[in-house]
Design a protein. Structure first.
Ligand code: HEM
Length: 146
């Protein structure tokens, strides 16, 4: 994957201001609300009975924070996201049995959450850079599925 300087700049400009707990919590809550079948992987997380319950569920928020923090680490390895996520991919495949289509869905909701939080700063160029990033992330996490 080739990255231009302006794509990297656009990603970093936003990412330095990302609060992982706030953005990650909202993104995972939206995933579980918009694609309710994804709730099956989180049966130990307690009450996921309504959008309101999901968005206030402390386990959802803290796991969303973990996932977005992990994406932040991947950004630091932007030229080798595939290598960086190799083990995590295998873990999602072998242990968690997560359908890899959900990785792209998470990217889509994350774009929406970023757009909501950053408003005008989230320009079309910025959206394009993040769209590319989340495709690369989803692809890397899908690599352990053989
Ligand atoms: C756990 C990252 C997407 C389901 C984790 C962990 C990380 C992570 C870092 C913790 C691993 C550990 O404890 O060592 C990511 C990233 C994603 C992603 C970067 C980006 C797209 C998803 C999706 C689902 C999912 C879409 C399901 C729909 C899970 C589950 C766990 C987990 C069930 C274990 C939770 C627990 O019991 O603590 N993920 N994940 N992940 N992930 Fe993902």
């Amino acid at each position: 994957v080739h990255w231009t300087d302006s794509q990297i700049k656009a990603i970093n400009k936003i990412w330095t201001k990302v609060n992982a707990k706030e953005i990650g919590g909202e993104a995972l809550a939206r995933l579980l609300s918009v694609y309710p079948w994804t709730q099956r992987y989180f049966s130990t997380f307690g009450n996921l009975g309504s959008c309101d319950a999901i968005s206030h569920n402390a386990k959802v928020i803290s796991h969303g924070e973990k996932v977005v923090t992990s994406i932040g680490e991947a950004i630091k390895h932007i030229d080798d996201i595939k290598g960086y996520f190799a083990q995590l991919s295998q873990y999602h495949y072998e242990k968690l049995h997560v359908d890899p289509a959900n990785f792209s869905r998470f990217g889509s909701v994350l774009i929406i959450v970023l757009a909501r939080h950053f408003g005008e700063e989230f320009t079309p160029e910025t959206q394009a850079a993040f769209n590319k990033l989340f495709h690369v992330v989803a692809d890397a996490l899908g690599k352990g599925y053989h």
